[in-house]
Design a protein around this ligand. Structure first.
Ligand code: PMV
Length: 360
């Protein structure tokens, strides 16, 4: 697949104005993307669960203009957000070649998240995906021949140029991004639906997100990715991600939850180990992140239940478990883990099926 396939033919006509809207979910990586090359190409393949409840809804109102350059305003929960502008400006300039109508309109971007903005949950994946899908909806109006498959593929391609992991937030429920020899159709340019058998053990898999630290991260993921360029362990880490993907293919097929746990937790800790061993080094985990991890390990040893954790680039903990063990594990979270969360806050989520158009 080459990027040129996403450059559209000249449009026959442009619309004067309109409104489109999409909601897109967040996702949580099992094998992590950490390190990238130019043009948002990942240094290694990754795979994620698409979430169901944590999402961004975006409404895009557009109107023809004659002035040059991009013109847009962004609102979060009805409030104008000047500080979102540079990221969107950069996104528009990266994708203009693929959506030549961008400079012909003034856009009003109205967005809201189902999770609190200051929850420490990254809204860039769901946010960039929702915006990319809205833009694709405009493109579909200009070119009605676009198939559903191409629509999703290009939305993922565009979302990736906004925030890498956003390309995994278009479809559900297991998404692969980054070329891997043993995953047919895998690509550095777009997220694809995981193409092989998945054991029923993973159906409706649960993810309860423990909000340990709702503050702004001290080190952005852009900076973190860049620190992989001269990282002493980069080569080994990228090779490990490839072999963990291989191991996960067998586990997803067999339903071996013990092996699943071992891959997922190792990936989470390796991600943070990369941060702790980069130059300069940094730590995003907080004392309560470690308290939670230790509690999870002790509870798992005591009960034999298949609870495990994964981490994003932050202090919050994603607690993963199979649906049929949810009652006991949810009780454990409420009674023993919620105390480590800021204001006792956590979000119950599970595997989801991807983005949805919002009818206006
Ligand atoms: O999409 P970015 O640039 O915010 O990077 C996300 C990186 C991780 O969340 C840490 C891992 C991943 O694969 O989602």
């Amino acid at each position: 697949m080459i990027a040129n396939e996403f450059i559209p033919k000249p449009y026959k006509h442009l619309l004067e104005s309109g409104v489109v809207a999409y909601s897109a979910p967040s996702n949580i990586a099992l094998v992590k993307y950490w390190g990238k090359k130019a043009h948002q190409i990942p240094a290694n393949p990754s795979i994620s669960f698409t979430l169901n409840n944590c999402k961004t809804s975006t409404m895009l109102t557009f109107e023809r203009k004659t002035s040059k350059g991009f013109s847009f305003e962004v609102f979060l929960d009805g409030e104008l957000q000047e500080d979102f502008k540079p990221k969107i400006e950069q996104f528009f300039s990266r994708i203009e070649a693929y959506l030549p109508f961008l400079a012909s309109y003034h856009f009003r971007i109205e967005t809201s998240n189902t999770f609190p903005h200051s929850s420490g949950i990254a809204s860039s994946a769901s946010g960039m995906s929702a915006l990319a899908l809205c833009l694709m909806q405009i493109e579909q109006q200009l070119n009605p021949d676009i198939s559903k498959e191409f629509f999703n593929k290009k939305a993922s391609f565009l979302a990736r140029l906004g925030s890498g992991s956003a390309c995994r937030s278009v479809e559900g429920d297991l998404i692969v991004w980054g070329t891997h020899t043993n995953i047919k159709g895998s690509s550095d340019l777009v997220g694809i639906k995981y193409p092989y058998a998945v054991h029923p053990n993973f159906k409706n898999y649960c993810d309860t997100i423990l909000l340990v630290d709702k503050g702004e991260k001290q080190v952005s993921s852009t900076v973190g990715h860049n620190l992989m360029h001269n990282h002493s362990f980069a080569k080994q880490r990228f090779a490990q991600a490839h072999s963990n993907m291989d191991a996960l293919i067998s586990v997803l097929k067999s339903g071996d939850l013990t092996a699943f746990i071992s891959i997922v937790e190792r990936e989470a800790l390796t991600l943070h180990a990369m941060m702790m061993s980069s130059d300069p080094y940094f730590i995003l985990m907080k004392p309560n992140t470690l308290e939670i991890i230790n509690k999870i390990w002790a509870f798992r040893a005591k009960t034999g239940l298949h609870i495990c954790f994964t981490l994003d680039a932050g202090a919050n903990v994603h607690v993963l478990f199979p649906d049929n063990e949810a009652d006991e594990i949810q009780k454990f979270i409420e009674t023993e883990l919620a105390v480590y969360c800021q204001n006792g806050h956590f979000i119950e989520d599970k595997l989801g099926q991807g983005a949805q158009q919002i009818k206006i």
